[in-house]
Design a protein around this ligand. Sequence first.
Ligand code: PMP
Length: 394
Amino acid sequence: MDVTHSERIASLSTYPFAILERKVAELQGQGVRVIDLGVGSPTAETPAIVRDALKKSVDARRNEGYPTYEGMPAFRQACADWARRRYGVELDAETEVTSCLGTKEALFHFPEAFLNPGDVAIVPSPGYSPYVRGTLFAEGKPYLAPLLPERDFLPDFEAIPQDVAERAKLLWINYPNNPTAAVAPREFYERTVEFGRRHGIIVCSDEAYSDIYYEEEDKPCSILETVREGVVATFSLSKRSAMANYRVGFVAGDAAVIAGLRKVKTNIDSGMPTFIQEAAIAAYSDEGHVASMREEYRRKRDILCEGLKAAGLPECLPRATFYIWQRIPDSYTSVEFARKLLTPEVGVVVMPGEWLGDELKGGENTGQGYVRLALVAPEEEIREAAGRIGSLRF
Ligand code: PMP
């Protein structure tokens, strides 16, 4: 039988990470010890308290039958309690918090609840792909707001044309930012909320990296500290507690917006497994493991940034996230630069910036001029990668 993909699926380019995975396999096939700093999949150990809570839950057989759609009350309360301790915000666990199966699915499904065909969603570029792809699947129109170094990688709301702002129903922001590693000051959240309110736009703030920062003075704030109305934030345990494989996160904010997302999700999934929720409750009850993880990322950041500097590249010390958004020499495109690190002598996989960016009308790709390195490999591998890169001269 001839299998034909739908037009929507056929129109999508291959998810870039899949291309990288193939390249890694190819080099490994040639016997190269490849160090993968491309896709940001954390290799840190999931804390013992989390694993123990999961095992206990399974053994107690609380997991038979379907879970609740929006997360069980104890999970939602643990999320709300964490948000109170972390940000000083009060959330009603009943109406203002909902679970998601990792935040990627919530980000992707979110537009389905709020966009009619042709409605605009304002999306940062470069940025995490589900904002655009979720918008396209909901038949909305993404409007790309470039994140430029001269604006500290914050979108310029004043540059958004009036007619776009009027047609927009959603605005995505993401700080600490993937891929630029930028942190947003409180004042930016205030400006964002003001822009959203002025144009009747729902703001969705992706705060997946909120707990991966390096200095106390850079500790990220949340959009939820400014206002609740018309605003939601998404939080993930993938990075904070090395639980990427568990697929667990939550969305919090305006109850009316949460209700819309819940309605979509009840049609898609049947809630988060109870044992995962119980593991997540344990994760949110402990900050010790998060502090040690930050220290580990800091050591890795310092080692790799030294290697990049030794290679003659401009200094790009991230203040948050586990990414380095490395400026590259003008003589290379980001793909060419990444390819240079993929020779068998170097064998380090990095993500070309242009794969994370978009071609803007009349301008170049918003990720051009950069590569992203993820500090996800174990420390010894990061040291090895720093040595290999540091032996190059740019
Ligand atoms: N937001 C951003 C900016 C990300 O980079 C990622 C994953 N890398 C996610 C959300 C999704 O994380 P998860 O689905 O594991 O919660």
